[in-house]
Design a protein around this ligand. Structure first.
Ligand code: NAI
Ligand code: 13P
Length: 322
């Protein structure tokens, strides 16, 4: 009898837990997957209990996705190398700032022929400029990489509200398998070959979302917000995402991004400000900062103490309008 492909989810935050609902259900449903899905959980204590124990006994990630049951075949594992060992499909879904450490921890323990799928929105600064997170993972682990990105706010996906997502997969073999693993009636998957485009759009929209939050916090209207907004994930993120929410509070309260993240997100992590920093340094090295006034303004406000009230001038003085 053929043995089903073993799946490991690396990460168990807001999105990792929502995706565990889907992956757990599909792994149990389809023969081509092993029913048991390991989920690496960064261990922490919640009211005197280990988070892994809570997930394995109560089947709920009470900290990062409260109110949603996870399938019982999703097993929380606190040891990262142990969780990833023997997996055929590795789903990477940690905040982007932790990915290098994650890869270093698992690199001697994973199957060489495993396929990775990154759900991480962010970028890395390589020596020659921007590096995609999937490239970082591939560089560290040497495995085939794919990505999954979309307008997918985790809580809405967990509530099974309809949405679409895109898998970027450069080869023809892995696309259909990954689609079967991820797709449900209310989470519709398109597979495309342009994986790099899928990933870069997913990463950069978080900077725009911070800008949208500034607009809301400063009391501008929907037209103003739309001036910084594109399609799909941008629309979603500019209305419903955490980056937007924190940026609005930043503009209204004068507190720092770090203070607000701690106060409002209960351990969840923003990707937009960090991505603005990484992208700014990359643009600087290529003398291209002036071509991206919105990205630059978000960076200056988040990191260099520029007043948020100046934010809109970056749109008023956009080079395209000259
Ligand atoms: N939440 C959402 O709606 C969506 C998130 N994403 C992306 O998915 C990625 C992961 O986001 P979330 O699952 O929402 O995470 P999150 O924002 O809920 O982050 C918290 C997670 O980080 C872990 N963590 C904290 N310190 C750590 C450390 N030192 N090392 C490793 N892990 C640590 C926590 O244990 C927890 O699992 C991000 O790149 C995000 O942009 C993508 C689509 C939707
Ligand atoms: O990526 C997301 C929606 O597609 C989530 O965005 P936030 O991290 O801003 O909540």
């Amino acid at each position: 009898m053929a043995v089903g492909k073993k799946v490991c989810i690396i990460g168990s935050g807001n999105w990792g837990s929502a995706i565990a609902k889907i992956v757990g259900a599909n792994a149990a449903k389809y023969d081509q997957f092993d029913t048991t899905v390991n989920m690496w959980v960064f261990e922490e204590m919640i009211e005197g209990r280990k988070l892994t124990e809570i997930i394995n006994i109560d089947h709920e990630n009470v900290k990062y996705l409260p109110g949603h049951k996870l399938p019982p075949n999703v097993v929380a594992v606190p040891d990262l190398a142990e969780a990833a060992k023997g997996a055929d499909i590795l789903i990477f879904v940690v905040p982007h700032q932790f990915i290098v450490r994650v890869c270093d921890t698992i690199k001697d323990h994973i199957k060489k022929e495993a396929v990775g799928m990154s759900l991480i929105k962010g970028v890395d600064e390589g020596p020659e400029g921007l590096r995609l997170i999937s490239e970082v993972i591939k560089g560290k682990l040497g495995i085939t990489m794919t990505v999954l990105m979309g307008a997918n706010i985790a809580n809405e996906v967990a509530e099974e509200k309809f949405c679409e997502t895109t898998i970027g997969c450069k080869d023809k073999v892995n696309g259909p398998i990954l689609k079967e693993l991820m797709q449900t009636t209310n989470f519709r998957v398109t597979v495309v070959a342009e994986a790099d485009v899928v990933e870069i759009c997913g990463a950069l929209k978080n900077i725009v979302a911070v800008g949208a939050g500034f607009c809301d916090g400063l009391g501008f209207g929907d037209n103003t917000k739309a001036a910084s907004c594109g399609v799909a994930d941008l629309i979603t993120t500019c209305y419903g995402g955490r980056n937007r929410k924190i940026a609005e509070a930043f503009a209204k309260t004068g507190k720092t991004i770090e203070e607000l993240e701690i106060e409002m997100l209960n351990g969840q992590k923003l990707q937009g400000p960090a991505t603005a920093g990484e992208v700014n340094r990359i643009l600087k090295s290529k003398n291209m900062v002036d071509k991206f006034p919105l990205f630059n303004a978000v960076y200056q406000i988040c990191f260099n103490g520029h007043p948020v009230t100046d934010f809109i001038s970056c749109l008023q003085n956009h080079p395209e309008h000259k």
